[in-house]
Ligand binder design. Sequence first.
Ligand SMILES: Cc1cc2nc3c(=O)[nH]c(=O)nc-3n(C[C@H](O)[C@H](O)[C@H](O)COP(=O)(O)OP(=O)(O)OC[C@H]3O[C@@H](n4cnc5c(N)ncnc54)[C@H](O)[C@@H]3O)c2cc1C
Length: 414
Amino acid sequence: MRRYSAFAIAREAARHHSGWERAWRSPQPKASYDVIIVGAGGHGLASAYYLGKNFGITNVAVIEKGWLGGGNTGRNTTIIRSNYLQDPSAAIYEKARRLYETLSQDLNYNVMFSPRGVIMLAQTHHEVRGYLRTAHANALQGIETKFIDKHQVKKLVPIMNIDGPRYPVLGGLWQPRGGSARHDAVAWGYARACSDMGMDIIQQTEVTGIRRDGGAVAGVETTKGFIGCKKLGVVVAGHSGVLAEMAGFRLPLESVALQALVSEPIKPIMDVVVMANTVHGYMSQSDKGEMVIGGGTDGYNNYTQRGSFHHIEETVRALIETFPMLSRLKMLRQWGGIVDITGDRSPILSKTPVDGMFMNCGWGTGGFKSIPGSGWGFAELMAKGHSPLTAEFGIERFREGRFIDESVAAGVAH
Ligand SMILES: Cc1cc2nc3c(=O)[nH]c(=O)nc-3n(C[C@H](O)[C@H](O)[C@H](O)COP(=O)(O)OP(=O)(O)OC[C@H]3O[C@@H](n4cnc5c(N)ncnc54)[C@H](O)[C@@H]3O)c2cc1C
């Protein structure tokens, strides 16, 4: 693989961009692999990447039914933060946030990580208490956050109306090194690096069955035929329940549509990310100038990559109270993804009842931020059978009542 650099851009500019290589190969599947990952979203690709980089396992295929990054990874609003309450969550989300800081250099691909800062607004006294508790927990976990008062919020976001009639802003939980990154670039960067290590990324190929030999995984049935493997990682977000059913077990999660929308582009007006859990909306401004707005999940289980219309109205109505200027903006596009939500709002990174088969799912409405950390831990779990990062996130926690309750940190869909 030729490295991207300022020199390469100058060289290609001089020869009319005729020398760029394809970023990744599109191979036909081999008969078998050491490891198959199902799902070429950010989590699947990052898992494959760290299998190769950290453990030298490169006889790997990533199988994707659509195009890589076309699931939730390419549909999310890209908020990155690690201000979670419980220690296992803080560890994996902060690992991810730290890896994001140097991901562009690591992958030799500009993922446009922008640590511009994230505020979670406190608009009720209950939220003030909740975020003060989180700030204390984060201090113990070594994560830089602090509770700021309403005047500091207003200073950071001058366009905000902090005296809203229903929910005035009382303060906020501020993480200065939170921010955002370019979602497609994260998927593309990992895909390019995986392909460069000799891994096969096989797109437009759906996994339709999981073959077992005794109690162990033997491979997957696909629309391009059977492909054997010694280990299988299933990383398919909203379709995790469908794949688990193919292997003969059930998962404690639900699939629902989550949607987002963007406005017409305008001049720079807000240089931080704002989340408002009480009124349920969150917003940032993209480099193009669009206001990127996310809302809530549908109130019923479904597999439509769309979302209900009334949610757009609810989200925009809620945000207009805090950002009155929004009422003058035209909305350009709306889209949805299918997210997989567990009862304790924490992910599942786990062995399964089938030997050699592992699940990485349940990231729900907030898994973009965790992609590098999840890939790092899941690769270690698959390679060694154990990872300190994933140890608390096994499926058995639901049977044993060891929940990792993150309903405050994940209370708004992001
Ligand atoms: C509107 C919206 C806004 C969001 N905002 C944020 C945010 O601001 N911050 C944040 O941290 N998170 C956010 N999220 C959540 C985040 O996008 C997800 O948690 C994350 O992208 C999940 O990544 P993934 O790789 O697990 O899944 P995906 O990217 O969905 O990848 C799974 C892949 O598996 C493939 N697949 C499924 N079934 C099969 C099969 N049978 N065979 C082969 N392939 C299959 C799919 O086609 C898909 O490409 C948001 C999500 C949505 C929908």
